[in-house]
Design a protein around this ligand. Structure first.
Ligand code: ZN
Ligand code: ZN
Length: 337
């Protein structure tokens, strides 16, 4: 079969590799769509632990075409989205219920071959039925499941005023997760007017241009109530933006650190302010059993989730696709083998 392969020399190539066969407890998928994201960049360049060579792709969906000999929960022809995390279920973090923080964690697309290929093998228990959802929408389930975990951890009230920093695909998926959680007042902020225009068309409540004076600007333009938020979510992974997020909180507000900041970076936190204003600072890593909820959200959301896929590339063009990630004229980029 053909697959995108991250070589041991850290060069991505589309090449022929042996078609995988499903072992005990596994199924073989014919991949319909695989999203690519910044994590794939980090895997390629050694910023996210993975052994190369590797077939990347941790956001994928497809049709089951072959079952391992002992698999009874699926039938050939079932269509599924994949939870990429394989936890050990034995380590202290797994036993405490934090399987996403498993100390022995493996993930399809990082430690195990993933979905940027014609076919992929996954454990039967990592597959979740998507019914008749289009493959491109079903492949949004994984990143939406990450957003869903973040929103679940922040647990905002429906009347909360929320602001997402960053209007890329993850920022808009956070808006989908917030809306599904019942939050109606969802603002979004970005450096690029192009992305704010897309966010308005997508259906967020308000958009704000980012800049070094964002907190002061919002305060000046909207006053101390409307210029502050109950929940601020960073979807940029930039420490200076996380710092702004802290300054944008109302009393009793929550900052959700969702974007991936560089390890060892820092922000300044005034512990007196955290105490006196009763602030909450939360983290959220990957997904944790939230994929089924994400699939339900994709079925029921009033926001046009399918519009999040801005560019689709054939597998042979996967290397070009990979180089488009993060460009302001793109949202989610997918490969359709
Ligand atoms: Zn991803
Ligand atoms: Zn574990």
């Amino acid at each position: 079969m053909r697959a995108l392969v991250f070589g041991a020399d850290r060069v991505p190539r589309v090449q022929r590799v042996p078609e995988p066969t499903p072992g005990s407890g596994e199924v073989l998928l014919r991949v319909e769509a695989a999203g690519i994201c910044h994590t794939d960049h980090d895997i390629l360049h050694g910023r996210y632990p993975a052994a190369l060579p590797r077939v990347p792709g941790h956001e994928f969906a497809g049709e089951i075409v072959e079952l391992g000999h002992d698999v009874t929960r699926w039938r050939v022809g079932d269509r599924v989205a994949v939870d990429p995390l394989v936890a050990c279920d034995r380590c202290p973090n797994c036993r405490r219920g934090h399987r996403n923080l498993c100390r022995e964690i493996a993930a399809y697309g990082a430690d195990l071959d993933g979905g940027a290929a014609e076919f992929a093998v996954v454990r039967a228990q990592n597959a979740h039925a998507v019914g008749d959802l289009p493959g491109s929408v079903a492949a949004l389930a994984e990143p939406l499941a990450c957003a869903t975990l973040g929103v679940r951890r922040a647990n905002p009230r429906p009347e909360a005023r929320a602001l997402v920093l960053g209007a890329g695909p993850i920022g808009l998926l956070l808006a989908v997760a917030l809306r599904s959680h019942g939050v109606r007042d969802i603002g979004i902020c970005d450096l690029f007017e192009e992305r704010l225009t897309r966010a308005r068309a997508f259906g967020v409540s308000a958009t704000y241009p980012a800049g070094p004076d964002l907190p002061q600007q919002l305060l000046a333009d909207h006053g101390p109530e409307a210029g502050r938020f109950d929940l601020v979510i960073d979807a940029t992974g930039r420490p200076e933006v996380v710092q702004q997020g802290l300054a944008l909180l109302r009393d009793a507000g929550t900052l959700l650190v969702f974007g991936v900041c560089p390890p060892g970076s820092g922000v300044t936190v005034d512990p007196h302010e955290v105490y006196a204003r009763q602030l909450t600072i939360l983290g959220s890593f990957s997904l944790a059993g939230t994929l089924p909820e994400a699939i339900t959200t994709l079925r029921t959301t009033s926001l046009p989730a399918a519009d999040l896929v801005s560019h689709t590339f054939a597998l042979d063009e996967a290397v070009d696709a990979f180089h488009r990630i993060g460009s302001p004229d793109t949202l989610k980029i997918q490969v359709t083998p």
